[in-house]
Design a protein around this ligand. Structure first.
Ligand code: EJD
Length: 408
């Protein structure tokens, strides 16, 4: 075949003049996602000189192919081949096999369904205690902030407890999360704001990655046990603990917060959940699809690759819009509708492939326990005042969600 016919068969990615990290875009990305999906399977975003995809098929393809689309050059906009990372690279997130595999094996063991079974009881008790307190406040006629009093409180209690972290200073985990998830985007105003507090927060985080700061037997200590066994070096252990402290709280806070938003905006779905609290897992999954906590992820092409007929040259950044793939009408019937009876599995909110969320068992546990606990206690969950957003370059996040909770 003559070389030209190969070239002829290739499409050019349409150029879309859009800033996916602007205030307007982040405030409500969904109309822009529809536009990006319609424009083609792969688009070019000139503002950042990146390729992007908003369709489920291509997002799935990019995330499934860790050979062509690597993570070691960073999973944000910054290309670590060209600029130095803002913090030492994560041993798991920002790594490729075989380095990635060693770290992943350890975290997958610590966060396996079997080990997570052991924390279920304490996680359930904490959910119960918290919801009991909120039920009392609601019974006094108080409006409950679903974010500040629930979605932030619960993950900030149970996950650090499981890791083995002291209670003092845990709010640093939210500040740190806000920073690193902003840092996956461009150096815009959002990142500048988050980075103002970087120094004290980073030193608190790094100090708490030390073995002496971690309760024996907790998830953090188990990483040091893996180091004792020679699976990683003693110097690598604190860096893997850092991954727990980076990814374990802000993600679930917003997963829960977005689920509360979905349920309070969809009273019929809530009535169904109230009637049958065993639907909690399905409801959480559907809210992950519709309002994904993590909206975007980047990869970097390891060589020139073809994606849906478009050639992406080597060492280019590719932006995968997870939150857009999760609303792709090519994949889901009535994609914009919150429907807890659908099969939401196959959504991209946890990613997929070798980098797919290693903590998803524990994330789903937190979602199930909070949503089933609410379902059992409250007949209605209603929005009392307009919610406000917390804009972040990567996360779909609320600052507040004023709720009226009516006892069953
Ligand atoms: C993450 C989007 C780390 C780390 C791992 C995962 C995330 C962030 C940080 C979860 C990103 O290893 O430090 S969802």
């Amino acid at each position: 075949m003559p070389a030209s016919s190969t070239i002829d068969s290739l499409a050019t990615a349409p150029s879309i003049d859009i800033d996916p990290f602007s205030t307007e875009f982040l405030d409500n990305p969904y109309p822009s996602y529809a536009l990006l999906r319609e424009a083609g399977p792969v688009v070019w975003i000139p503002k950042y000189g990146i390729f992007a995809t908003a369709r489920h098929e291509q997002v799935h393809e990019v995330l499934s192919d860790h050979v062509n689309y690597i993570s070691s050059a960073g999973v944000g906009l910054a290309n670590f081949n060209m600029e130095t990372p803002f913090r030492p690279k994560s041993l798991i997130l920002e790594a490729d096999p075989p380095d990635h595999t060693r770290a992943r094996t350890i975290l997958a063991r610590i966060l396996s369904p079997k080990t997570v079974m052991h924390v279920r009881e304490s996680f359930a008790k904490e959910a119960d205690d918290l919801l009991e307190r909120l039920a009392h406040a609601a019974a006094r006629g108080e409006v409950i902030d679903g974010i500040k009093q629930l979605a932030e409180v619960y993950p900030l209690k149970v996950f650090p407890d499981a890791v083995g972290l002291e209670t003092e200073g845990r709010e640093n985990l939210l500040l740190y999360g806000d920073m690193i998830f902003n840092a996956f985007g461009p150096r815009n105003e959002l990142l500048a704001k988050a980075a103002e507090k970087v120094q004290p927060v980073t030193s608190w985080i790094m100090a708490h990655c030390q073995r002496s700061m971690l309760r024996p037997g907790g998830f953090g200590d188990q990483i040091y046990q893996a180091a004792d066994a020679g699976e990683i070096s003693q110097e690598e252990a604190p860096m893997l603990v850092r991954s727990f402290l980076s990814a374990g709280v802000d993600t679930t806070v917003n997963g829960l917060g977005n689920a509360l938003l979905c349920l309070s905006q969809n009273p019929q779905s809530y009535a169904q959940l109230h009637q049958d609290p065993t639907l909690a897992r399905a409801a959480f999954e559907e809210s992950l699809r519709l309002e994904s906590a993590v909206q975007t992820f980047f990869r970097t092409t390891e060589k020139s690759v073809e994606l849906a007929g478009v050639t992406i040259p080597k060492n280019n950044k590719v932006l995968a819009f997870l939150g857009a793939a999760n609303r792709d009408e090519r994949q889901w019937p009535e994609p914009e509708r919150f429907n807890i009876n659908r099969r939401a599995t196959g959504h991209m909110a946890f990613g997929t492939g070798i980098h797919g969320c290693v903590g998803q068992v524990i994330a789903r546990l937190e979602g199930e326990l909070i949503l089933s606990g609410i379902a059992r206690r409250f007949k209605r969950i209603e929005i009392a005042n307009p919610p406000s957003r917390r804009l972040n370059n990567t996360l779909r996040a609320l600052a507040s969600l004023p709720l009226r909770l009516t006892a069953a």
